[in-house]
Design a protein around this ligand. Sequence first.
Ligand code: PLP
Length: 487
Amino acid sequence: MKTEEFREHAHSVSNWMADYLATIESRPVRARTHPGEILAALPRAAPEEGEAMTEILADFDRVIMPGITHWQHPRFFAYFPANSSPPSVLAEMLTAAVAAQGMLWETSPAINELETRMMEWLRDLLGLPATFRGCIQDSGSSSNLAALMAARERATAGRACREGLAGHAPLAVYTSAEAHSSIEKAAKLAGIGGAMVRKIATDSDQAMRPDLLRAAIASDRAAGIVPCAIVSCIGATGLGSVDPLAAIGQIAARESIYLHVDAAWAGAAMLLPEQRHHLIGIDHVDSFAFNPHKWLFTNFDCSVLWLRDPEALAHALSVNPAYLLSPEGAAMPEYRDWGVPLARRFRSLKLWFVMRSYGADRLRQMIQQHIDWTNRLAEMIRATPDFEIVAGPRFALLAFRFRPGGLDDAQVDVATEHLLQQINADGRTYLTRTLLDGRPVIRFSIGQTNTEWHHVQEGWEAVCDLARRQRNDSGAALAEQGQGDRS
Ligand code: PLP
């Protein structure tokens, strides 16, 4: 493609982007295609001859866009947000154009050094210890894996990376029953074993019970199992619960066990000084993971991991073939040794654009607003008959159940599941479920960049409207059944 042709298409793509974001609200939030529909619209083989970009772009609209769920829709309240923002998108455009690869300091010093500074900016904005140093990982799962690798090295006195785990006493990882699946996956990948993850039961706030943690550690030690790591959550995925870091930190310190914090989503809330009470106990923490790509207006992918002693991890993971030797790099941290990939994307650019463009104050305001709106939504739900809040609000998440009068628990569960299906088929908003004590509940998670209070209200009105229809339909079905019984 010639430069002028590229310029023309780049202009039309940027116009498309601006139009998309300006009109996103007119689209249903969730993709409405059926399984296999997009696949069937795609040719079975790659073209032999190159095709015109105008045709490719037209097919992007025609074939691909119907299969997109609009995560940047202001009425997207599913999962956790993966919010983005115009400054972040601009940075991603530049990253794509520059297409530099930061595997070593010398392959792009700016990638390495901007990342170093951004990790310091973020660390200080979150109020984390000044001794923490970190780098950007692609995902929260990778951050958690790198943390468990560091823990494993400590627990085996550096033996695991060198010789493997054969012949070593089994290792165990302790986390809450509410912890994200990536902890168990990381234990599998690190050779610790999924079955060696102790999912400690939680209290009525879905937070890890320190007494049960202590008991699990004692029982493992008695059986010759080596405690390797404790993973404490701030904002667990299902219901946003927070483990008691102060108590867990004391246990980790007393038992000399590596302590990692997974704050993938709620880490963003630590920008607010009034939320920092969740960090009491941080003095005993060895590493801390957080995903700006969830709730900090930064495009996926961008997860950050800080460690108290990154050199220990780097030393364990370091492999230095001749083609990677770089004398200048010795003066700077080589982040390839702080995680899995060698090749590294220029992810710090979008953090730089976001933090500079909004400024810390505006970032705090936006996160505070999401939290405030979640509290206001909770009041609205409490005032709506036939609904009950079952968890939260925690940060910007709550969970509720549809409980029309006269139903028993099993019927409530069916009604709640049915309502969720109706909500997601309807398209005005998008919500997802989890289980609380084995029973389905609907989560409402606020955090998209362009969400305003009226979007939250509209989302809730859609829920109420569909609940009303469901009640009318089931009333009619009962009446019909009654008639049938009499005839
Ligand atoms: N930890 C928590 C608490 C999460 O909620 C998630 C994802 O939702 C992860 C880790 C994994 O993050 P990622 O999807 O970036 O791998």
